[in-house]
Design a binder for this molecule. Structure first.
Ligand code: FES
Length: 192
């Protein structure tokens, strides 16, 4: 799904280009290697940001539109960064029949994003998922690792507030800790 790219934090573009440059040093940028290159970029950054796609397209000579076509063909690739909190709305049959679509609409309205997208502050990303195995609690939403059952629109605010929701207003810069550099810094601090 194509949508407006999220704003990057200060210095993030340079960081992305450096990471992609390092990956391209180890892989010839030809058509055969595009999937492994995209996989490595996503493993490092959590998604495939625009500057990374542009750099890979330029290095490989593959038009950017074709590269995006490749990335959107495979479910494994994300064009939006994963949010600090990941909201997964179950759309398996039981949940769908019990109001999963209504729950998804409610999250979309509340977060002001569509499924597959991330709030500009990168606090939340919203996905639809297949059955998560808790059908008796339908409709089910999994926020991070927490399963929420019988989710009605009136519960959406409460669920998000438990995660410390902000509204992710358009144009809001990503929180530093939600960028690849910020995450690496936090992980380094935890290790030391
Ligand atoms: S269909 Fe949603 S948990 Fe099974």
């Amino acid at each position: 799904m194509f949508s407006v790219p999220l704003p990057l934090a200060s210095g993030e573009r340079e960081e992305i280009l450096k990471i992609v440059g390092d990956i391209l040093k180890n892989h010839a940028a030809n058509r055969e290697n595009l999937i492994p290159i995209l996989q490595q970029v996503q493993a490092k950054l959590g998604y495939l940001p625009g500057p990374a796609m542009e750099k890979i397209a330029a290095a490989s000579g593959v038009p950017a539109v074709d590269l995006y076509g490749l990335a959107t063909f495979y479910n494994q690739f994300r064009l939006h960064p994963p949010g600090k909190h990941r909201v997964n709305v179950c759309m398996g049959t039981a949940c769908y029949m019990a109001g999963g679509r209504i729950a998804l609409d409610s999250f979309e309205r509340r977060l002001k994003i569509k499924e597959g997208e991330t709030t500009p502050d990168r606090n939340f990303s919203l996905e639809r998922v297949a059955c998560v195995g808790c059908c008796t609690m339908a409709p089910v939403v999994v926020v991070d690792d927490k399963v929420e059952g019988r989710v009605t629109p009136t519960r959406v605010d409460g669920i998000l507030l438990e995660c410390g929701a902000s509204n992710g207003a358009a144009g809001e810069a990503p929180a530093a800790e939600n960028t690849p550099a910020g995450r690496e810094q936090a992980e380094g601090a935890q290790r030391s």
